[in-house]
Design a protein around this ligand. Structure first.
Ligand SMILES: CC(=O)SCCNC(=O)CCNC(=O)[C@H](O)C(C)(C)COP(=O)(O)OP(=O)(O)OC[C@H]1O[C@@H](n2cnc3c(N)ncnc32)[C@H](O)[C@@H]1OP(=O)(O)O
Ligand SMILES: O=C(O)C1=N[C@H](C(=O)O)CCC1
Length: 184
């Protein structure tokens, strides 16, 4: 009987998670998504935008600063450590940010985890993957399709797999992101 109750409880939690991720975070009204995301994450700053279909894991490890844009189908995985986004961070579509991994050499497929820190004015272009433990410095840019395996310095533009510097960003970073469309 006890086993049955535990199974039932786990199923209810899984259903709740599914409804949240696959239905509620796909609602076209941003204010509803923002309300739910604010309840899930540790902290969300002012004037942020979360597009349709983002996925968060262990949201209490995730902090988002002011004026951030998190685009469609972005995954923020807080299971292995903290994810900290500064202010004016722009994350394009289908970016995956991981704090959890496995030790490939472990006999028991053990997990490893580390924080990911992304500082102010970083722009992460579409379909980038960021691995656990990476710190990305203020104003840096990660080009589309890159896999970021190590730290990125301030104002450095990186690209490729693994991401390597391809240049320096010349912008004076005078902008404030305020991108909050209704249906996106
Ligand atoms: C408004 C929006 O929706 S934004 C989100 C959607 N758009 C995107 O995701 C596209 C974003 N754009 C990128 O990612 C671009 O790669 C940028 C803007 C980062 C390129 O930055 P730039 O400094 O202009 O780089 P530039 O084009 O001069 O290329 C420099 C070198 O890096 C290489 N490079 C540029 N981008 C990439 C990339 N994504 N992957 C691998 N190599 C790259 C170039 O081939 C070039 O190599 P070469 O010197 O051997 O010829
Ligand atoms: O219209 C869009 O799409 C935008 N995408 C940016 C991005 O993905 O970096 C943010 C601002 C507008």
């Amino acid at each position: 009987m006890k086993k049955l109750l535990v199974t039932f409880y786990i199923s209810v939690l899984a259903l709740k998670d599914y409804l949240y991720r696959e239905w509620l975070l796909h609602l076209p009204l941003h204010f509803i998504r923002l309300y739910l995301i604010k309840k899930t994450l540790y902290k969300v700053g002012k004037q942020c935008f979360f597009a349709i279909g983002i996925e968060t894991r262990q949201g209490r490890n995730i902090t988002v600063g002011n004026n951030c844009v998190v685009n469609k189908r972005v995954l923020l995985d807080g299971r292995g450590g903290k994810i900290i986004l500064g202010n004016n961070v722009d994350i394009a579509q289908e970016v995956n940010i991981w704090t959890l991994s496995h030790d490939p050499h472990s006999d028991y497929h053990e997990t490893t985890g580390a924080d990911v820190i992304i500082q102010d004015y970083v722009w992460i272009a579409s379909r980038v993957t960021i691995l656990p433990g990476v710190h990305i410095g203020k104003g840096a840019v990660v080009a589309t399709g890159s896999v970021v395996t190590s730290d990125v310095g301030e104002m450095v533009i990186v690209a490729g797999i693994p991401a390597k510097p391809i240049g320096l960003r010349k912008s004076k970073l005078l902008y404030t992101l305020d991108h909050r469309p209704w249906f996106r």
